[in-house]
Each structure stands twice: as structure tokens, then as C-alpha cells.
Write a protein that binds this ligand. Structure first.
Ligand SMILES: *Cc1c(COP(=O)(O)O)cnc(C)c1O
Length: 468
């Protein structure tokens, strides 16, 4: 099991353990498997009815190869998805429920911070700590967040001996609940910095600090990390096993997408042999991906603020992994294509001899939704099924309901509604009930636990030198 960079023509292979701590490849590319390990129909039959941890282990060991001993991997998975961490009854960490005829919802937000990002970050953080221990090293991670990544990464890393994590977030833009979640995790090995600026400023600061050789060893936990993508494959398998009446029958998934990490994990599952027919990409008003899949033109546009804020992106970083696949694993073409995109802010695959039909051939279709669609969908889903869905999930349910055919369709639920009370109130007239595990969260007044800094690289470097 080797991983290669999407931009390295020499195709030098690295092990899972190596890329785990690296994030980006040295050439700026993203790591992808050299070839995809397989799950046969027999393998899938054997997994039906087993606990999530068993499914996750079967999937992950194929993706990790021999770079982490199986017994170690198993124990990390058992810890990450235990009942102390996930609020799951009877070991079903990602339960599926029916919300319409042939229409299902798979809940991915039973983790400590109530978004699907816990599914990857609870495991990734443990794998990182284990690798650092094996090498007797320490890691300082610097990241930027506009919402769910921050708290999920912090909850994963909190209390680990070998990792320190510093998260930058914009002073304004996150929900009060999200701020309070992060603030509560501050202290010990977790540092929260509120930047007097926007999310883009936070990201630029991270990049600027990393360009300084003195900070070259900083780690990353953003969704381009292969550890995150590979940890998300298992819930597609689990969702499939819960929905397919006959193992082998095709089903569709609908994925609310931003940076395309979640959806690419679904594609990995498909490439490993899971009978997924279509992966339906649902975007909000920031429809970079929807335009791409329809026209073949990948064009960045300034992100606008919407009521599904975790999908407010101007480009979809993980798409590079799909392009590499579409190009026939051609690193030279991928590097040239991504170079054209970063120079011009737009790139057309047809200029690289590739046809837009390549997406549909791989099962990708897409559509987008608006604020009004989300509000109507939250209301309608509540009235017809009694379930309160969050605005991101509503993007998926809206798009999924319109694109459904005769095969079963699973919409992925990516956050709990409690994180986005205002929008739920607008849709339903009341705020969603708060799960008991968040009863004590204090979100009134100024958020505690944040150091507030100006958008200034030198000030940030000074802060980092102090706490490193
Ligand atoms: C991060 C996030 C998304 C987008 O996921 P990608 O992997 O970036 O496509 C969607 N919904 C919620 C609630 C999120 O936190």
C-alpha cells in the first residue's frame, strides 16, 4: 500500500505512516493511493451487521497497509469510536434512518463536537500521536478554521502528550455555539487565537508563517491530509451495509460538499469496490463544484457567507485528487492544470484533452441550493419525518430529493442542528433541543479562551515562539 503525490511524475511511493504527519507532498501535490485496495462482495457480506469499529478496521487496514501494526490500528479505532467518545447506542456510530420512499439519512455527527469532522479527527489525532511516539518526536500544529474543523481537531488532540495545536479563527463569522465549543477546549496543549479579520486572513497567516524556515516543521490537520480522507471511507461502507437489501445492489449517496474531502472519501469507497452508483454533490450558493461538474470549468469565486457556512469555500482543494484520477494518474498534466488554476483562477479541462463526461462516467453529478431551499427543506423534513436537520444536511436532502431515481439514496448528515440554532429557528419557529452532552456549554457574552491578535504575521510568530 503506497501513496503517491498528484504532482510527482517519478511516482515515488510513501507509506501511510509517512504521509500522515506530512499533510501536503513536498511538490505541493496531494497524496493518493498508487492503486486502490479492494473490498469484495464476500468481504462486504462478512461485515454486514458488525459494529462500526469492525467495519472501520476492515476498511482502514487495507488503506494503511503494513505501516501501522494491525493490533495497534485496531486499538486506536476502538478508542476513537468508543462510547466515551461517540454518543452512539449499540455501537452504531453512523446510524441510518428513513426519511422518505427510498430516501435515507446517515447521521455522522454523534461525536464530541457534533459534526462529521469528528469521524476523521478522532482517529487521525490518535494515529499521529502513535507515530510521534514510535519516532520519539513532537509536533506543533497550526491551522485555520471558520467553523467545525477547529473544535473537532481540538477535541481530537486535547490532552495528547506529543501534540500542541494552535487554531486561528476569524473574530466574526462563526456561530456562538462554535465559538463556545472551541473556547471550552482552550488550555493545556490547545491554543485558540481570534484574528481581527476574516477567514481568508487566517489562512493567509498560516501560509505566511509556514514560509518562514524557522517554522518549517509545523504540522497540519486540514482536509487535504490523507489521514482524514482515508478515515472517512468506512462510514460509506457502514451506510451501504445498513441500506442495501442485497449486498451487491447499487445505491446512491448525496454529499453536502465544500472542500470535497467527504465526497472524495466516497469515491475512494467506490474505487475499493463498494457498489456506489452515483455520488451526488450538493453545494450551497458557493457552487464552484456544481459549475465544474456541469461545465468542466474549475473557477474560483470569492466565497459568500451563507446559512450553511461550513461549505462557504472559493475553491475545493480535494478536487485535485479527482482530477489526477480523471487524467489517468498523469502527474505532469495535473501539475500543469493546477498551475494554470492558481495563476488564472480558472481552468478548463478540455484545454488538457479531457472531456467533462469523465465526471459522470465516475458517478459524479451535482446541483446547488439556496437559503430559501434550505429553510423549506428543514421545514418539510421535520413535518414529514419528525427529524430536525441542520442547514448543511438540508443542502443534501434538497438536492438528493430532486435527483433521486429508483435506487436507494443516502443523504449524509454532516452536523447537528444545535450548532446552527438561528437558521433552525427561522425554519421551524423554535430552537432545536440541545443534546444532554452540550447542556453546560456557555455561549453568552464574550467567548472565553481566545487570545485576540491583529492580522499580522510577526505578532503571530511571537505568540507561537512563546507557546511552542
Ligand atoms: C466541513 C463541513 C462540510 C464540507 O465538507 P468537505 O469535506 O469540505 O466537502 C459540510 N458540512 C459540515 C457541517 C461541515 O462541517
Amino acid at each position: 500500500m503506497k501513496l503517491i503525490s498528484t504532482r510527482d511524475p517519478s511516482r515515488e511511493g510513501r507509506s501511510y505512516a509517512e504521509v500522515l504527519l506530512a499533510g501536503l507532498a513536498p511538490d505541493g501535490g496531494l497524496y493518493v493511493p498508487e492503486s486502490y485496495p479492494q473490498l469484495s462482495i464476500q468481504d462486504l457480506r462478512a461485515l454486514k451487521g458488525l459494529a462500526y469499529t469492525e467495519v472501520a478496521f476492515a476498511v482502514k487496514k487495507r488503506l494503511v497497509g503494513d505501516s501501522i501494526p494491525e493490533s495497534t490500528l485496531k486499538s486506536l479505532i476502538m478508542q476513537a469510536f468508543s462510547s466515551h467518545v461517540f454518543d452512539a447506542e449499540d455501537g452504531n456510530v453512523t446510524p441510518v434512518s428513513k426519511i422518505g420512499e427510498g430516501l435515507y439519512l446517515q447521521n455522522l455527527s454523534l461525536g464530541p463536537t457534533a459534526s462529521f469532522k469528528d469521524m476523521a479527527l478522532q482517529l487521525l489525532s490518535r494515529e499521529m500521536e502513535q507515530q510521534l511516539e514510535a519516532r520519539d518526536e513532537k509536533l506543533f500544529i497550526l491551522g485555520a478554521t471558520s467553523g467545525d474543523t477547529g473544535s473537532a481537531a481540538e477535541a481530537g488532540v486535547k490532552g495528547l502528550a506529543r501534540i500542541k495545536l494552535c487554531m486561528l479563527s476569524p473574530e466574526k463569522g462563526m456561530s456562538d455555539f462554535q465559538k463556545a465549543q472551541m473556547g471550552e477546549l482552550s488550555g493545556g496543549n490547545i491554543f485558540n487565537i481570534s484574528i481581527r479579520g476574516r477567514f481568508d486572513d487566517c489562512q493567509d497567516l498560516v501560509k505566511a508563517v509556514k514560509r518562514d524556515p524557522a517554522f518549517a516543521d509545523l504540522g497540519a490537520v486540514n482536509s487535504i491530509n490523507w489521514g482524514r480522507i482515508s478515515a472517512q471511507v468506512a462510514y460509506y461502507v457502514s451506510g451501504y451495509l445498513q441500506v442495501a437489501s442485497d449486498i451487491g445492489e447499487p445505491i446512491d449517496f448525496c454529499v453536502p460538499s465544500g472542500n470535497f474531502g467527504n465526497a472524495f472519501s466516497g469515491y475512494v469507497a467506490k474505487r475499493m469496490g463498494l457498489p456506489i452508483r452515483r455520488i451526488i454533490i450538493a453545494t450551497n450558493e458557493n457552487d464552484v463544484l456544481d459549475r465544474l461538474f456541469k461545465t468542466g470549468v474549475y473557477e474560483a469565486r470569492g466565497a459568500q457567507v451563507t446559512s450553511s457556512p461550513s461549505m462557504d469555500i472559493s475553491k475545493a482543494s480535494n478536487y485535485e485528487r479527482l482530477f489526477f484520477d480523471v487524467s489517468g494518474n498523469d502527474a505532469e498534466t495535473t501539475a500543469a492544470y493546477m498551475d494554470a488554476f492558481s495563476k488564472n483562477g480558472t481552468v478548463d479541462m478540455r484545454d488538457f484533452g479531457l472531456d467533462t463526461s469523465a465526471f459522470a462516467e465516475r458517478g459524479f453529478v451535482s446541483a446547488s441550493s439556496t437559503h430559501a431551499d434550505r429553510i423549506a427543506t428543514i421545514k418539510q423534513t421535520y413535518e414529514s419525518s419528525g427529524q430536525i436537520i441542520d442547514p448543511h444536511t438540508a443542502d443534501a436532502v434538497f438536492v438528493g430529493s430532486h435527483m433521486k431515481t429508483d435506487v436507494p439514496l443516502v443523504c449524509l448528515e454532516t452536523a447537528l442542528p444545535v450548532k446552527f440554532e438561528e437558521t433552525i429557528k427561522e425554519a421551524l419557529g423554535f430552537v432545536p433541543p440541545r443534546p444532554p452532552r452540550f447542556a453546560d456549554l456557555q455561549e453568552d457574552g464574550e467567548p472565553a479562551g481566545f487570545s485576540v491578535l491583529d492580522t499580522d504575521v510577526e505578532t503571530l510568530k511571537g505568540f507561537l515562539r512563546n507557546v511552542a
